[in-house]
Design a binder for this molecule. Structure first.
Ligand SMILES: *[C@@H]1O[C@H](CO)[C@@H](O)[C@H](O)[C@H]1NC(C)=O
Ligand SMILES: *[C@@H]1O[C@H](CO)[C@@H](O)[C@H](O)[C@H]1NC(C)=O
Length: 333
């Protein structure tokens, strides 16, 4: 066969396939809008569609390279598809960066003989994945997650706790409702008022409102909280022996925005500049036990459709990747 003929045929093939591709992208866009109930005016629709397309192409390229073995995790289109990375960071990552805030770190010695893998979900310590919506309240979800676990450890009963109570009421402790906050401030709030309402009695709205804490509906107490040293070993020991632990991470990258599955490792991640609070509910490894397949099992608060049914596996023991051990704490009950 004449090689130049073959080339022509292939080029023609590409040329005629291009509009087809765009057509299917349009169909996917219409479908995505319907699923996520987006209504825009004509002006906004134009640029939102461009943002969505850019994200879609980035995800497809990443997954192509993932299938070639270049990454340890895959990505997927999700509810954040029409948000630029800037918008996403503003809305979703409400963990305050308080670099100068003094933390009294507990200095416990670390001893050996802790298991190679832990998953507190299997022991009943963890409530279903929740959804913070478009409110920078991640810190409240990390707080309730850690407290739900410690209350279960104490009482044997798993009661879902109210993030809205924390969003509405913990301003005096230094939190800012949907504009961000710190888990330690939230633990301090529960300590100050002597309780925290149940999720059922004080449901989540995703909007900062008036505080209506009712001690009659309190389902938790704390006696204090502990800040752990900035070491993955300290986190491992705490997770292994106590239950789910609050942590903060750098969640600012598009790869996190559209994470789907696998062990998340992002070279652009910072170990210092953390902007999103989460809950570490376990750790483990995939395949044979080696240094680049260990992960932290992390509960997020972006609903079950994000990531692995709402969870993410984050690289473990790789120099505090994404700052997983930078701000770790738990309440004492
Ligand atoms: C709490 O319960 C007590 C006793 O039933 C009642 O008198 C009180 O009004 C309740 N407090 C609130 C804030 O609902
Ligand atoms: C919290 O502590 C107070 C005071 O000790 C107590 O009256 C209350 O029953 C406790 N609440 C829970 C949910 O344990």
């Amino acid at each position: 066969m004449n090689p130049s003929l073959l080339l022509t045929a292939l080029c023609l093939g590409i040329a005629s396939a291009a509009p087809e591709f765009d057509h299917s992208l349009n169909t996917q866009w219409e479908l995505w809008k319907a699923v996520h109930r987006r209504l825009y005016d004509l002006n906004e629709e134009g640029w939102r569609k461009e943002v969505w397309k850019k994200n879609m192409k980035m995800i497809e390229l990443h997954n192509q390279e993932y299938s070639e073995g270049k990454y340890s995790f895959s990505m997927a289109m999700n509810a954040f598809g029409d948000m630029t990375n800037e918008e996403f960071r503003q809305v979703m990552n409400g963990f305050q960066r308080q670099k100068n805030k003094k933390r009294k770190v507990s200095q416990e010695t670390i001893f050996a003989s802790i298991p190679l893998s832990v998953d507190w979900r299997e022991k009943g310590y963890v409530t279903p994945v929740k959804d913070q919506g478009k409110c920078g309240s991640c810190w409240a979800f990390s707080t309730t997650g850690a407290l739900e676990g410690q209350m279960f450890r104490k009482t044997g009963k798993l009661v879902s706790l109210s993030e809205q109570n924390l969003v509405d009421c913990s301003q005096p402790e230094g939190n800012h409702g949907c504009q961000g906050g710190l888990t330690d401030n939230a633990f301090q709030y529960v300590l100050d008022v002597g309780g925290l309402d149940s999720e059922e009695s004080y449901p989540y709205t995703g909007l900062a409102g008036t505080c209506h804490y009712n001690p009659n509906n309190s389902a938790a107490n704390v006696t204090g909280f502990v800040d752990l040293p900035k070491q993955e070993k300290a986190l491992m020991k705490a997770v292994a022996t106590l239950g789910p632990i609050s942590a903060a991470i750098d969640a600012s990258n598009p790869s996190f925005q559209f994470y789907k599955s696998g062990i998340y490792y992002e070279p652009k991640c910072s170990s210092e500049s953390v902007d999103h609070a989460v809950l570490v509910v376990g750790y483990g490894f995939e395949g044979a036990h080696s240094d680049d397949n260990k992960y932290w099992l992390v509960k997020n608060s972006w609903g079950e459709r994000w990531g692995m049914n709402g969870y993410i596996k984050m690289a473990k023991d790789r120099n505090n990747h994404c700052g997983i051990a930078t701000m770790i704490s738990y309440p004492t009950v």
